[in-house]
Design a protein around this ligand. Structure first.
Ligand code: ZN
Ligand code: ZN
Length: 536
């Protein structure tokens, strides 16, 4: 007897996590199931066998509660709690509610009052004027729901961050044998349009398989060759089933942006995107550059493989999760030549920070790690906090000892344009500072960009040879692509960095490089495509 494979087990645990989340379970139990799902997906051996032989707790992160679920899943092929929760929290209604802008509890109440559980039934009820039969639905809410049902292509109310957007379209595309498209394929820092394109000549069962995916709780529209589904978070995902002869055309269209595609005029049918461009008589344009209308030849954009090191990573010395050596080993395994350890300094009070003494002791640890890792090199660096008066949080003699100094503002992001600009310029003009990190201090969907005058920042960077960062944390992406473009047009170099706080975080280099590509950067525009000898 074989039992469910690892992918199936992981998917069921994720479904359970999503339902528990909706039901208001604790953050920690939801996270425990999500982590277990991740772990099981990454395990090469069949987990069902571990469960049967009673050895599953040897896997890190599997405790007795999760072991119990796994046993049930392996023995019966299902989890009773999923069925119970589905009845209780009605994910289809929740997804639908989020799409039309109603809170989960309110939508479930409305669904029960009207006896509806799908988009179609809700539409019928709305058309028959029945919405107001439900308690608490006044004319305004009725109008809002009807409007949302009439334009079902509503974007998610908040854009999805890159990592989440890629997880979602990536997993749907993989399960359907298709390709991710929409905003994530252009690496937009927030995604509003998510799409997957599947190649198929016969009108096959792709639409049905899409509707049956655990990610999709509700189908808003469907025909033979397309569908619009909604996730439990209310995020709409489009499916396009394209015949092979037109696959490139449909992929290009579904990738967008709408403005860019519209400016191309009528699109010829072609099996792949390259052939569409050939037929249009245009050079191929990478997805990252498809924003505004453009018909020219693109520059040779920087590639992930051009990056020779990461210039911004944290360790357990401040708020990171891995040691100096672990981070160095991981960076070396990624094929890099160097990694700059840039822990925080003391004045960033919310996390542990380093003073001059700490940095010297850390220097000894780095020297030891470098003996083990040579010729790979860990740089002694800092993410030095820029204080309110523009001075730096470390004495000049310590800064001069370090290999790599970058500076950033943490507290006081709401200061005036004048104050923030003065602080940034003072740091840029300091002889030790090599790069300005996350210059706008934004946290996507949480904190807007600060008011710093970037034109003045770029002018000072150009005069002093200082670089600016595009930070690869998915909720930062700071500078954003448009501003990276402004920086390189001003003649300023970019650092592509991850701001990794863990070994895994080093993988966010893809996000930083994609942002640089969206900002029209070639390898020459990015400082860390160079060897250390070239820029230290
Ligand atoms: Zn920072
Ligand atoms: Zn940092």
């Amino acid at each position: 007897m074989q039992g469910p494979d690892n992918a199936t087990i992981a998917e069921r645990l994720e479904a359970l996590a999503a339902l528990l989340d909706l039901a208001g379970a604790s953050y920690y139990s939801v996270r425990a199931y999500r982590r277990a799902a991740e772990l099981i997906r990454a395990t090469p051996a069949p987990v069902a066998e571990f469960v049967r032989s009673g050895r599953v707790r040897e896997l890190r992160g599997i405790g007795s509660a999760i072991e119990g679920r796994l046993r049930e899943l392996v023995e019966t092929g299902r989890l009773a709690e999923i069925d119970e929760l589905q009845r209780e929290v009605q994910p289809e209604l929740v997804g639908l509610g989020r799409l039309v802008g109603l809170a989960p509890a309110r939508m479930v109440e409305l669904g029960r009052a009207l006896g509806v559980s799908s988009v179609e039934e809700l539409r019928t009820a709305a058309a028959a004027g029945r919405l107001r039969e439900a308690r608490g639905i006044g004319p305004q809410t009725e109008a809002k729901i009807r409007a949302a049902l009439e334009r079902p292509r509503t974007a998610p109310r908040r854009g999805l961050q890159l990592t989440r957007a890629w997880e979602l379209v990536g997993s749907i595309a993989e399960k359907l044998g298709g390709e991710p498209a929409g905003d994530p394929r252009r690496w937009c820092d927030t995604s509003h349009r998510l799409a997957v394109v599947v190649r198929s000549d016969a009108a096959d069962d792709s639409v049905t398989r899409f509707a049956d995916l655990p990610e999709i709780v509700s189908i808003v529209e469907r025909d033979e060759r397309s569908a619009l589904g909604v996730t439990v978070e209310g995020v709409p995902v489009e499916l396009v089933v394209a015949p092979a002869a037109r696959y490139g055309t449909e992929l290009l269209r579904a990738t967008g942006s709408e403005r860019y595609v519209a400016a191309l005029g009528e699109l010829p049918d072609a099996p792949d995107e390259e052939a569409v461009y050939v037929a249009l008589g245009l050079p191929y344009l990478p997805p990252e550059l498809r924003e505004g209308p453009f018909r020219g030849a693109p520059p040779a954009l920087v590639e992930l493989a051009d990056v020779r090191g990461d210039l911004h990573a944290h360790t357990t010395w401040s708020d990171g999760k891995a040691s100096v050596l672990e981070m160095g080993e991981a960076a070396r395994a990624l094929g890099y030549e160097y990694l700059a350890i840039c822990d925080h300094t003391r004045s960033v009070r919310v996390v542990p920070g380093l003073d001059a003494d700490d940095l010297r002791r850390q220097g000894e640890e780095i020297a030891k790690a470098n003996e083990l890792l040579a010729p790979f090199r860990i740089l002694r660096g800092t993410e030095c906090d820029i204080l309110a008066d523009g001075t730096l949080d470390l004495p000049d003699d310590v800064l001069a000892e370090l290999d790599w100094v970058q500076a950033s503002v943490h507290a006081g992001q709401r200061q005036s344009r004048d104050q923030l600009t003065k602080r940034a310029l003072a740091a840029i003009e300091h002889p030790a500072v090599r790069s300005l990190s996350h210059p706008q201090g934004r946290i996507i969907n949480h904190r807007p960009p600060n008011a710093v005058d970037l034109e003045a920042v770029f002018a000072a960077c150009l005069a002093t040879g200082t670089a600016v960062e595009t930070n690869g944390l998915p909720d930062r992406i700071d500078l954003s692509a448009e501003l990276v473009h402004d920086a390189i047009r001003a003649g300023v170099r970019i650092t592509c960095s991850t701001d990794a706080h863990s070994v895994r975080g080093l993988r966010n280099m893809r996000l930083s490089v994609a942002t640089a590509r969206r900002g029209w950067c070639t390898a020459a525009d990015v400082l860390n495509t160079r060897s250390l000898e070239e820029f230290l």
